[in-house]
Design a protein around this ligand. Structure first.
Ligand code: CMP
Length: 364
C-alpha cells in the first residue's frame, strides 16, 4: 500500500495531494497488466476506466486501421483513458502497449467520486486534456484522409478548404475529437461560426440567419475555407476554487551545508513545491523580505545563531511554522524551548521522507 502511494504521488495530477488523499485514491485502484502488442483500448469504443502506467510504454494512435498515426507515447507516471470518462464520449484514440505494461486502473464510479472530492485533479486534468486534444487535431490534420488540411504553426487547430473536406465531415471530426472550441467557415463575403463544447455542437451563426437555416445553408457550400480553433477547457467556479487550492507552497531551507540544502531542495522540488535556500539567519531574513514563504526547514545551529534565535527573529515579523532537523544529542533541551514558542517541530531522524511528512502535516 505504501509503495503504491509512492508511485501515485509521482503522477503529476496527484502530486499536490496529502497522504490521506493519496490513501483514498490508492484504495480505489486495481492492478492490471498488458502484453507487448496488446490494444488496451480502441478508438470509438465506450470508455469505462482510465489507466495510470506503472511500467512499460504505450502509443496513442489515431486514424483508420492500416493508416494509424502515433500521436503520443506514454510512459511510467503518465495516464490515459481520462477523456472518455470526462466527456462521456467514446475513446478518442487506440492505446497500444508497445512494451509489456503494468497499470493501475480506475473505474468511472471511483473516478467520479475522486474528482468530486479533489476538484484540483480535474483542473490539472482539464489542462492536459486540452493540450492532448490540440496535439491530436494537429496530427489529424497531417493524416492521409485529411492531407489537404494544414496545421497552423501557432499551435491552434487545423484549417483548409471545403473543397477538400465537406462541412458534414468537419463537424463529425470536431465531435469525434471532443473539441472544445470553434470552427470558422468563410465563403466570399460570408462567415459562419460553429461553437463546440466537449464535442457537442452548441451554436451555429451565420449573420442574422436562424440557426437551423444557417446550418442548412452552409452544408450546401461546396467551396470556401474552414479554420478550427481549440480553446482550453473553461474553468467552472469549482475549478477556479480548486486552482486556488493547488496554489504552490513555498519552502525556505536553511542549512550551513550546501549538500544538505541541495538534497532537501531536490526532494521538495520533485514534489512540486517552490523552494528557496539560505545558509544562515541573515540570508534567510533577506529571502523572507522578498519571498512569500509558507514554512521554514532549518538546522538547529547556524553560523549566526541557533534555532531559537532564528524563530524569534522571524516571528517578530510573521508567525511562520518551523521544522528543525536535529540530532539526538540536543533534542531534549531544544524540544522544551520549542514547545514554549509553538508551531515548530523537530525531526526524529535525518530522513527526507520524515521531513516531507512533517511539512505536509503542517501546511497542506
Ligand atoms: P480516451 O479518449 O478515453 O481514450 C484514448 C486515450 O488516449 C484518451 O482518453 C487520452 O487519455 C489518450 N490520448 C488521446 N489523445 C492524446 C494525445 N494527443 N496525447 C496523449 N494522450 C492522448
Amino acid at each position: 500500500m505504501i509503495q503504491i502511494g509512492k508511485i501515485i504521488k509521482k503522477v503529476p495530477i496527484f502530486r499536490m495531494l496529502g497522504k490521506e488523499s493519496i490513501d483514498f485514491i490508492v484504495e480505489r485502484l486495481k492492478f492490471k497488466t498488458f502484453q507487448k502488442g496488446e490494444a488496451i483500448c480502441k478508438s470509438g469504443d465506450p470508455g469505462e476506466e482510465m489507466y495510470i502506467i506503472i511500467s512499460g510504454q504505450t502509443d496513442i494512435c489515431i486514424g483508420e486501421p492500416g493508416s494509424e498515426q502515433v500521436v503520443a507515447t506514454l510512459k511510467s507516471g503518465d495516464y490515459f483513458g481520462e477523456m472518455a470518462l470526462l466527456t462521456g464520449e467514446p475513446r478518442s484514440a487506440t492505446v497500444l502497449a508497445t512494451e509489456a505494461c503494468e497499470t493501475f486502473v480506475l473505474y468511472k464510479n471511483d473516478f467520479d467520486v475522486i474528482l468530486e472530492r479533489y476538484p484540483s485533479i480535474s483542473l490539472s486534468m482539464g489542462k492536459i486534456v486540452s493540450q492532448r486534444l490540440r496535439d491530436t487535431l494537429k496530427k489529424a490534420a497531417s493524416m492521409p484522409k485529411t492531407d489537404n488540411i494544414e496545421a497552423k504553426s501557432d499551435g491552434s487547430g487545423p484549417k483548409g478548404s471545403l473543397k477538400d473536406m465537406a462541412l458534414v465531415d468537419l463537424i463529425s471530426f470536431c465531435e469525434g475529437n471532443s473539441l472544445t472550441g470553434s470552427m470558422k467557415i468563410t465563403r466570399d463575403s460570408e462567415t459562419g461560426h460553429f461553437e463546440f463544447e466537449r464535442g457537442q455542437l452548441v451554436s451555429v451563426k451565420l449573420g442574422g440567419t436562424k440557426e437551423d437555416e444557417a446550418l442548412d445553408k452552409m452544408l450546401s457550400w461546396e467551396d470556401g475555407d474552414f479554420e478550427i480553433t481549440v480553446r482550453p477547457l473553461t474553468l467552472s467556479k469549482e475549478s477556479k476554487a480548486a486552482e486556488e487550492e493547488i496554489e504552490v507552497k513555498s519552502i525556505l531551507i536553511v542549512n550551513n551545508s550546501m549538500v544538505v540544502r541541495k538534497v532537501i531542495e531536490r526532494a521538495f522540488k520533485g514534489l512540486g513545491y517552490k523552494v528557496k535556500t539560505a545558509s544562515n539567519i541573515d540570508n534567510s531574513m533577506n529571502e523572507l523580505a522578498v519571498e512569500n514563504i509558507d514554512i521554514i526547514i532549518s538546522d538547529v545551529k547556524l553560523s549566526d545563531g541557533n534555532g531559537i534565535d532564528f524563530i524569534n527573529k522571524v516571528r517578530e515579523q510573521e508567525d511562520l511554522p518551523f521544522i528543525f532537523i536535529t540530532d539526538n544529542a540536543i533534542k531534549a533541551e531544544f524540544e522544551e524551548q520549542l514547545k514554549q514558542l509553538g508551531n515548530a517541530e523537530l525531526t526524529k531522524t535525518h530522513e527526507v521522507s520524515e521531513i516531507v511528512k512533517l511539512v505536509e502535516n503542517k501546511i497542506l
